[in-house]
Ligand binder design. Structure first.
Ligand SMILES: Cc1cc2nc3c(=O)[nH]c(=O)nc-3n(C[C@H](O)[C@H](O)[C@H](O)COP(=O)(O)OP(=O)(O)OC[C@H]3O[C@@H](n4cnc5c(N)ncnc54)[C@H](O)[C@@H]3O)c2cc1C
Ligand SMILES: NC(=O)c1ccc[n+]([C@@H]2O[C@H](COP(=O)([O-])OP(=O)(O)OC[C@H]3O[C@@H](n4cnc5c(N)ncnc54)[C@H](OP(=O)(O)O)[C@@H]3O)[C@@H](O)[C@H]2O)c1
Length: 433
């Protein structure tokens, strides 16, 4: 089946891969542009490094998508206002629609004093580092003996997992702006780190925040039991790391000496009910913790330099979508540009959710295409343009070769998985360097 439409999909994470497939299945041609050399996005470079079974399962699915005859893959190509190609460049190349599935690549800086100190990081950068995504893989990080992680989601636990099992820090403190009843992480993820949890410190902390919880009719014992639900399947610890929680506290500044982080100052919060929601409110009471590392695991926002208007942490969506799917708008304010996955809703949900969201976004694109005449689909013009950039463009066959080389290298070294740490090494391995 063929149809004359030509669609650009930007980003080859789970949303982009399955969105591209949905479009390609109708016979349309898809150009899949990806910033990274390898496809997969956070499934490759976010999911915790030793979840081999899950990662290999996803890679297998992605390989299947890459086999699709109507999908052309262009890796090592970024789209954006200061990138290899702009959205206008894509329009000029004659694409009938553009689907943005570039994830949430911006950083939610809070504007606190000391954010620029060495030792202060955002989770995405750390996660990209330990998952070997260039250039983060090549940067040096200062992981000290005493670390604080801000947030109470699954990413906080992934960072704690890394800091305890790999970095073997002495102390990891999760700083949580609301209380034990509002943590967002899951039991399964807690199983990896709960053996390092200082349970008496947890009990003391829950006792400390009990009056505040009770003031909003919360049950501290229930919240404690929920946090400890992971205990029966605790993975035995591999370090003496002491993992603890500080609830009802927000960072207000980072303090350092000679450019190096030495302390984080936190402000105590109380809980207040507002519009049926429990919110944190600062009390003015501040205290300091000695730390060498602070990692913000508070979610991400979309890339503001991408070329689409943003609001809060997200790209602006057309509030009155022409083609809503499952009640959501997948439309940017530009009629030919659609958004899906974490580019539609930043830092939200698991791979399966991103896959479904990318597929839904593709359905909106297809409805749009159904209303218009196809333009001048021109694959050779796109390839000419890419050539003119004067940089290596990674194609499907290169991705295949790279996978084979890395698997062979892992076998040689007798390790589960091997990844090159730089783009140069990857490009050289596939004959593009
Ligand atoms: C630390 C962490 C751990 C996680 N662990 C799990 C887990 O264990 N299990 C689970 O189910 N889910 C997990 N998730 C969630 C899951 O990874 C996401 O739901 C999913 O990857 C989001 O998919 P996406 O395609 O929207 O974005 P992404 O996966 O972020 O993919 C975006 C893609 O766009 C490309 N891109 C970015 N900018 C540009 C640009 N300007 N031009 C061209 N290309 C661009 C990137 O190279 C990337 O390939 C985790 C998330 C994080 C942050
Ligand atoms: N293994 C897995 O399955 C896995 C692993 C990693 C990630 N993921 C998924 O990826 C998505 C993103 O995860 P995430 O952990 O980044 O997000 P998340 O679950 O939304 O958690 C973010 C945490 O940061 C806190 N936070 C937000 N803004 C803050 C601020 N300004 N100051 C202090 N704290 C702040 C939030 O507190 P409030 O609640 O008060 O807002 C929350 O505790 C989630 O859907 C998650 O399940 C899954």
């Amino acid at each position: 089946m063929t149809n004359p439409f030509y669609v650009a999909v930007i980003g080859a994470g789970p949303a982009g891969m399955f969105g591209a497939r949905e479009i390609a299945n109708t016979g349309a041609r898809v150009a899949l542009f990806n910033r990274d050399i390898k496809p997969g996005g956070l499934a490759e470079y976010g999911i915790y490094l030793d979840k081999y079974v899950m990662k290999n399962g996803l890679r297998k699915q992605f390989r299947g998508v890459m086999e699709h005859a109507n999908i052309d893959y262009y890796g090592n190509i970024s789209i954006g206002t200061n990138a290899d190609l702009t959205l206008d460049d894509l329009r000029a190349l004659g694409f009938d629609a553009i689907l943005v599935t570039a994830g949430a690549q911006g950083t939610k800086w809070l504007g606190l004093p000391g954010e620029d100190l060495q030792g202060v990081y955002h989770a995405k950068d750390v996660v990209y580092h330990y998952n070997h995504l260039p250039p983060h893989s090549e940067q040096s990080f200062r992981f000290g003996k005493r670390c604080a992680v801000i947030g109470a989601g699954n990413v906080m636990l992934d960072i704690t997992h890394f800091l305890s099992r790999i970095q073997k820090a002495d102390e990891v403190t999760a700083i949580v702006r609301r209380g034990p009843a509002e943590v967002k992480f899951e039991k399964k993820e807690m199983e990896y780190v709960i053996d390092s949890l200082d349970q008496s410190a947890l009990d003391e902390e829950i006792q400390r925040v009990t009056p505040t919880m009770e003031a909003v009719r919360q049950d501290p014992a229930l919240a404690r039991a929920s946090i400890l639900e992971a205990l029966p399947k605790a993975l035995p610890k591999t370090s003496d790391t002491r993992f603890k929680f500080i609830f009802l506290a927000s960072p207000v500044q980072m303090i350092g000496e000679n450019g190096l982080l030495t302390q984080v100052e936190i402000e105590d919060n109380i809980l207040v009910e507002k519009d049926g929601e429990i919110k944190a409110k600062g009390t003015g009471n501040k205290r300091r913790l000695d730390v060498e590392t602070v990692v913000f695991a508070i979610g991400d926002k979309v890339d503001e330099s991408f070329g689409l208007p943003t609001e809060w942490n997200e790209f602006v969506k057309n509030p009155n979508p022409r083609f809503p799917v499952d009640g959501h708008s997948y439309e940017s304010p530009f009629e030919d540009v659609f958004v899906g996955g974490w580019s539609r809703k930043a830092s939200s949900g698991l791979v399966g959710i991103a896959r479904k969201d990318g597929t839904n976004a593709a359905k909106a694109v297809l409805q749009y295409l159904g209303m218009k005449q196809a333009g001048e689909a021109n694959v050779s013009a796109v390839e000419e343009k890419l050539k003119s950039l004067g940089k290596p463009v990674v194609l499907k066959e290169h991705v295949k070769k790279l996978e084979a080389v890395e698997i062979e290298e892992a076998q040689k070294r007798g390790i589960e998985e091997f990844k090159f740490d730089s783009n140069e090494e990857m490009l050289k391995a596939v004959g593009l360097g």
